[in-house]
Design a protein around this ligand. Sequence first.
Ligand code: 1GP
Length: 238
Amino acid sequence: MAGGPVHLTLIDPDKSPGAAAARTAKGAVEAGSHLILLGGSTGITPQVMGAAATAVKGAVRVPVVIFPEGPDSLAREADAVLFMSLLNSRRLDLVVRAHALAAPLVRHLGLEPIPLGYLVVAPGMRVGEVGEVDVIRRDDTNGAVGFALAAEYLGMRFLYLEAGSGAPAPVPAPLVKAVREVVSIPLIVGGGIRNASDAAALLDAGADALVTGTITEEEGLGAAFRGILEEVRHRRAR
Ligand code: 1GP
């Protein structure tokens, strides 16, 4: 992407409501994160999402984007929403039908929809289970490439490779590299990124954006988080 890779901080407004979300966002942006994603829990209400978005927007000047769990997680106080198809789900609603129900609400709320293909790689964690996903095996580069190219050919603007929140290891770098070699849309990679060496391997494989969530929930904005940001920052400065 122009200017080099970016980092996205995922904050769960159920675990970090309102002012807590704003504190995390402020610290993350001060450390160099480029965008705040709000989401992560099932059953979030528009009120909780709206309060978090308002608080975060009051604290930082970066885009605030909803990582949706369904129409109930949408709130007009955010800037945009990942308008994402769960490409390898067995649930038709998560591939496209929920989108037909949510689209008029996205329009009504004035949220910018960001067209995105969401591809879950093993282990997949909770999203793999709840989303009834046929996860991409960690060595199945051909499978990942097929979905990635299909997403691009369908006109999706971004591809998100997800190992699942809290995954013991991120999406394998060779899989990211194989996808990078064939698609031209930006690659977002998340799930299980815990330290600078995870970040370095994924960035060197061609990730355009890294998403972290669990690390700030469990370890705060300490050395590991800053190490990840440092890997992103020095690739931008090159
Ligand atoms: C989840 O990819 C994100 O959708 C972030 O994952 O919580 O493991 O950082 P972690």
